[in-house]
Design a binder for this molecule. Structure first.
Ligand code: MGD
Ligand code: SF4
Length: 747
């Protein structure tokens, strides 16, 4: 049997009904809202400044709580440029993260009773002492570098500090190699800088927005959705390239239902039209770009007729859309997307987007991309970090342009049969704020790594699947119950926002900063944590920034004037890009010297065999990844994912809407749970689609357990981007099973 058996703690009977008045306040009409406001004024609600952690747009908000310490509602901060006073449904439902009765309540330690692995409750002291002793043990035997950190979100920052202080830089997060890493590489190669978050897309002033597999509207990044809706009202042309009729597609003048995995061919054809018809911005290209002649020669034969055979998009439609973009230029955006790890040539696809933007002259132009600015928050003083002998950079060095840790490569280092293990042995792991069983593909790799790790600590707010693999589970309190770092994200104008605890932590949960400090002190690192409460750190930083905690508690958000110059390129002035040549690189010498294509080329990707469909996945407006599936308020709005199936496929397989089916992929992996069918013309006949983040297999998640399918379970084939290590996940094919393939699982 397995050394580390996945522990499914049985539900402890916390499935009581949860009122969802907060959801009503988000969706109800004004009368309900007014009533609530009146009621709340009557009850004298306390307002506390925070910023949302339900996704990473980090909208600033006010948490309203009553005298008993119950959070009643969360409302956007009017002066915050990330939300303009309006939260998305998930943000309003963030209250459910706090009120979810399935929350982790106390530290847990793995133990064996009567031969069965289970968890027992433990005190914080016992759990923290044990963690410190295990960390010391690993450091003494292998070096601190052998303790890896997988992290995401706010808790990750505190633990990163702890890890670096202890001498480990073996750190990775899924937001890079499973998400936006390739686009950062593609844009950095072209413009010398990352796109970053929030994206500096000037959507509010755009005349043409091109979305290539980016489903704004379902993907609810707050101000992008608000600005897109304004742009539509102002008559902007929307062009959506998606094999699925997404919400964005329904708002578009042009929906190009592209054959999956062929986007680079379409973009090469667009470049061909822009250049052949001389529609590109000549002046901009002459002034700011290098490599135009090579690009022109490269795309000469990539005509719309050539692309038609690959993409199934008619040549006339390719020409028409290219002309629409040119018409709007430079107020046009080929949106870089966000979750872009699809087919393994993703940084090249991002390069193609970057090049198109350059041809249209949209980078640094109103209605295109603005030059973002953020404020540098001074570091709270601490001693220098020790120099680790190895870290994420060494582990990922076969990917020459990797700029952050690659989760899958770090996991591989735990497995003795994998090539990097000897040099970079990962022996223990802390996992904070990331549910790796849903965020990292290739379950076999995860299970092999987990089996070989000597020690796993998970810090989470919820008993997510990942906690089932831990030796120690630590309950973090939610973002509404703690201080965290000052938010300072780039925008048109720099701003900062604070997160102040609105209520005391529920149960025996503690903030991430406290956990990091406690472990640090036990490891002899007190010098790195010279504060009693994180409040002191923030206060010190705010004072340095010319404000105070007192002021920030009152306003929540503070805007600062721009210091870096104009939002856009200025007439008559030169501009140096941060590339090697100082120009926008249409042809990349850097890629060439590394042995990669200097200009993107189209490569054919495998297609589904007979009887299989490509597994496509995406987002729903009321959920973020897997973290919200059990949130009582958001679960109320959508409690399972469905399998979108084209009517043609439904006819062949005789499927009915609402029927439960199971999936089996090309590697014979069968879904644990079934999923209900949704028959719709909105999906191409060669693909099926589902929302990511469902199919939880920990029973302790009483609302989410067994609801729908975990798309990641079906993703066993990964196409790795050789340039930066991104894990392309869209090349998996599934067959649809109408009979329950599991004899023992009954739902
Ligand atoms: P979540 O699934 O939301 O995100 O993947 P993850 O980072 O794993 O899981 C977040 C975890 O953090 C949950 O266990 C949640 O309970 C916990 N959590 C929430 N708030 C807190 C907190 O305040 N403190 C602590 N300690 N824990 C907290 C996201 C990743 O997944 C990303 S960024 C992308 S873009 C990819 N998307 C994606 C996809 O669409 N499909 C597939 N198949 N895989 C994907 N992987 C990537
Ligand atoms: Fe929260 Fe929504 Fe803003 Fe994300 S976009 S931070 S979920 S309010």
């Amino acid at each position: 049997t397995s050394r580390r058996k996945f522990i499914k703690i049985s539900a402890l009977g916390f499935c009581g009904a949860v009122a969802s008045s907060s959801v009503i306040s988000a969706f109800g009409g004004n009368s309900i809202l007014n009533e609530l406001v009146a009621e709340n004024i009557a009850k004298k609600l306390k307002k506390t400044a925070t910023y949302c952690e339900v996704c990473f747009w980090k909208c600033a908000a006010w948490a309203h709580s009553d005298e008993q310490g119950n959070i009643k509602k969360i409302i956007g901060n009017d002066i915050d440029p990330h939300c303009n006073g309006r939260l998305c449904p998930r943000g309003t439902g963030g209250i459910g993260m706090y009120s979810d009765e399935d929350r982790l309540k106390t530290p847990l330690i793995r133990t064996t009773i009567d031969g069965e692995q289970t968890f027992r409750e433990a005190s914080w002291d016992e759990a923290l002492d044990l963690i410190a002793s295990k960390f010391k043990q690993v450091k003494d035997t292998h070096g601190a570098e052998s303790i890896a950190l997988l992290k995401h979100g706010s808790p990750g920052k505190h633990l990163e500090h702890l890890f670096k202080a202890y001498g480990s830089d073996t750190i990775a997060e899924p937001a890079y190699a499973q998400c936006r890493g390739p686009r950062e590489t593609g844009f950095a190669l072209t413009y010398g800088s990352w796109v970053g978050s929030p994206e500096p897309t000037d959507i509010r002033d755009t005349k043409c927005l091109v979305l290539i597999g980016s489903h704004i509207g379902e993907n609810m990044h707050n101000t992008q959705v608000q600005e897109m809706s304004d742009a539509i009202d102002n008559g902007a042309t929307i062009i959506t390239v998606d094999p699925r009729f997404s919400t964005a597609a329904s708002k578009s003048q042009h929906w190009l239902a592209i054959k999956p995995a062929t986007d680079i061919a379409l973009m090469l054809a667009w470049m061909n039209v822009l250049i052949e018809e001389e529609l590109y911005d000549k002046e901009y290209v002459d002034k700011y770009c290098t490599g135009f002649n090579q690009l022109r020669d490269h795309v000469l034969n990539f005509t719309p007729e050539w692309a038609y055979g690959i993409t199934t998009i008619k040549p006339a439609e390719i020409r028409k859309t290219a002309r629409a973009m040119a018409n709007a230029a430079p107020s046009v955006i080929i949106h870089p997307g966000r979750h872009v790890t699809w087919y393994g040539d993703d940084s090249q696809r991002a390069r193609a987007m970057a090049i198109l933007n350059a041809l249209l002259g949209s980078w640094g132009r109103r209605g295109g991309f603005y030059f973002k600015e953020s404020l540098k928050v001074p570091k709270f003083p601490h001693p220098k970090y020790p120099e680790p002998k190895w870290g994420w950079q060494d582990i990922g060095k076969k990917f020459p342009l990797a700029q952050m840790g690659i989760t899958t490569e770090v996991m591989k280092c735990a497995i003795p049969t994998e090539e990097n293990h000897e040099k970079y042995p990962v022996k223990a792991m802390m996992i904070a704020g990331t549910n790796i069983t849903k965020s990292i593909p290739n379950k076999k790799l995860l299970e092999d790594a987990i089996e070989n790790l000597e020690f796993i600590v998970v810090l989470d707010t919820m008993p997510m699947d990942v906690t089932g693999y831990a030796d120690i589970v630590l309950p973090e309190c939610t973002y509404l119950e703690r201080y965290d770092d000052i938010r300072s994200s780039p925008n048109r104008e720099p701003s900062i926002a604070v997160r102040i605890p609105a209520v005391k932590p529920k149960y025996d949960s503690k903030p991430g900063w406290w956990v990091a400090k406690q472990i640090g002190e036990r490891l002899g690192l007190s010098e790195y944590f010279k504060f009693d409460d994180y409040e002191e750190v923030i206060e010190w930083q705010l004072n340095k920034l010319g404000t105070s905690l007192e002021e920030m508690k009152k306003i929540g958000v503070k805007q600062f004037p721009r210091k870096s110059g104009s939002l856009y390129l200025e007439e008559g002035k030169t501009h140096e890009f941060a590339t090697e040549s100082g120009k926008i690189e249409l042809y990349s010498n850097q890629l060439k010297s590394l042995g990669f294509d200097p200009i993107p080329v189209f490569t054919k990707h495998p297609e589904p065999p007979q009887g299989f469909y490509r597994l496509n996945y995406g987002r729903a407006p009321m959920h973020t990844f897997s973290r919200t599936a059990n949130n009582p308020n958001l679960n109320d709005l959508m409690n399972e994912n469905k399998l979108w199936v084209n009517p043609k496929v439904a006819r062949i397989l005789d499927l009915k809407t609402g029927q439960k089916v199971w999936l089996r992929n090309q590697d014979k992996v069968t879904s644990t749970f079934p999923i209900k069918v949704r028959i719709t013309e909105r999906i191409r006949w060669d693909s099926v689609y589902m929302v990511h983040g469902f199919g939880h297999d920990n029973k302790k998640l009483t609302k989410a357990f067994g609801k729908g399918i975990n798309d990641t379970q079906m993703i066993t084939k990964v196409a790795v981007d050789p340039i930066m290590g991104g894990t392309g996940m869209r090349g998996n094919f599934v067959e649809i099973l109408t009979e329950n393939p599991h004899k023992t699982v009954t739902i």
